[in-house]
Design a protein around this ligand. Structure first.
Ligand SMILES: *Cc1c(COP(=O)(O)O)cnc(C)c1O
Length: 416
């Protein structure tokens, strides 16, 4: 193997496999998932606090591959769902209905009914949705999502607390929540919040925890409070970006929880909803250099990783480190692009990477969260395969690459 694999080596990511051989066997582009890393991240978060009734709900929207969910389930985590489809795959992966929490937002009565009939707890986040829920499940249990007034995140598109977001009940609405709960004879058993995605400092999270706990005291029948996800991972590993200080976050978090249960007088369950923290570092997206060219001052490295395969750089301006699996000792500044017919199809702009030539295999790091789960067939391209590297180093296929039949499966011709 080459010397251009500093980050993946530091994790023993490929665990004896050669990325070039994986592409030869399974094709390109290819998502490669590490079982060991998923398990490690699950354990870190399960042990985040010492408080005994604490459980992370893995937020499946970050990565809902079935094998991935089966691993998370076997680690003893619960799961969050954002849609009936996610509830469906979570049940398939072995989560029990009572281990699933449907954090809904602007959903139809039918979707709520689907969750209720499956035995899944539902959270709603507006008076209008609480009314709908009351009609669907009169006399039932419900959770409500509060907006604690604090937001955080890597892009305005993912900040979900504070003033500028569509999510949650602002705290002034609490009297009306109580009224609607009474009207439909509902039992308010849970409070949840989610302030945003990818914070690297504990402060905003802890502040929102303190606020939500304070507000929650007035609700007397709570079984759980869920503090959301958003735990960040360092995407700039080649620049030695430090990790989120989980130890510090956990210690402060623990203190707040223990103080609350003393005052509340009941050991309720506390939850978090991490998606990215568990999944992002578990996958490397392999691709192939298909063209190298210069245009004026700029050198372009053309690859088969279009934004249909990884949307994050285009959608959120996100940074992903890139490794080049060759023996080049020379670095150069290039713009790495995909094969989609849009100028915006840029994976990395003005990036210094090892000199790459046609046929080289590159790895886009930390691609496990919002990677495959946001893939599309745009340009009628086939979504890639996914391979899992088991803990013993064996590579197994866990999702097939799309075929032309998959592309045309739902077409209905009008030709006689
Ligand atoms: C997206 C989402 C999460 C997970 O966010 P991450 O940043 O991936 O941890 C958790 N809870 C809710 C309500 C979400 O919408």
């Amino acid at each position: 193997m080459s010397n251009n694999t500093k980050v993946t080596d530091s994790f023993n990511f490929f665990n004896g496999n050669d990325p070039k051989e994986l592409v030869k066997k399974y094709g390109s582009p290819l998502y490669v998932i590490s079982e060991s890393i998923i398990r490690q991240r699950c354990r870190e978060l399960k042990n985040l606090v010492k408080y005994p009734k604490f459980i992370p709900n893995y937020s499946a929207k970050a990565n809902s591959n079935l094998a991935f969910l089966e691993i998370v389930q076997s680690e003893g985590l619960n799961a969050d769902a954002m849609s009936p489809g996610e509830i469906h795959v979570e049940l398939m992966a072995g989560f029990k209905p009572e281990q699933i929490f449907y954090v809904s937002n602007n959903v139809s009565a039918d979707e709520m009914k689907f969750a209720v009939e499956k035995g899944v707890t539902v959270s709603v986040d507006s008076l209008s949705q609480l009314e709908t829920y009351g009609k669907v499940n009169k006399g039932g249990k419900v959770a409500v999502r509060l907006n604690p007034g604090v937001g955080a995140g890597h892009s305005a598109k993912v900040v979900t607390g504070g003033k500028k977001t569509k999510f949650g009940f602002t705290l002034d609405l609490i009297p009306q929540i109580e009224e609607t709960i009474k009207k439909y004879d509902l039992k308010l058993i849970g409070i949840n919040q989610h302030i945003g995605s990818l914070y690297m400092e504990p402060d905003a999270f802890l502040q929102s925890v303190a606020t939500t706990l304070e507000v929650s005291k007035q609700f007397k029948e709570l079984e759980f409070i869920d503090f959301g996800g958003g735990f960040g991972i360092p995407y700039q590993k080649l620049n030695d970006q430090p990790r989120l200080d989980l130890k510090k976050l956990g210690e402060e978090f623990d203190k707040l929880l223990n103080k609350f249960v003393k005052e509340y007088g009941k050991e309720i369950t506390f939850k978090i909803e991490p998606g990215r923290y568990i999944s992002a570092e578990s996958s490397v997206l392999l691709g192939t250099v298909t063209a190298v060219k210069t245009n004026g001052e700029d050198k372009y490295i053309g690859t088969d990783i279009g934004f249909n395969v990884l949307q994050r750089p285009v959608m959120y301006d996100s940074h992903h480190d890139i490794e080049v699996y060759n023996d080049s000792k020379e670095d150069e500044k290039v713009t790495v692009v995909g094969n989609i017919c849009e100028s915006g199809d840029i994976l990395a702009k003005d990036r210094v990477i090892p000199k790459a030539v046609e046929g080289d295999i590159i790895g886009v790091l930390d691609a496990g969260a919002y990677g495959y789960s946001m893939c599309s067939n745009y340009n009628n391209r086939l979504r890639p395969a996914e391979v899992l590297i088991r803990e013993n180093g064996e590579a197994v296929l866990v999702r097939e690459r799309d075929t032309f039949e998959d592309l045309t499966r739902h077409f209905i011709s009008i030709k006689e």
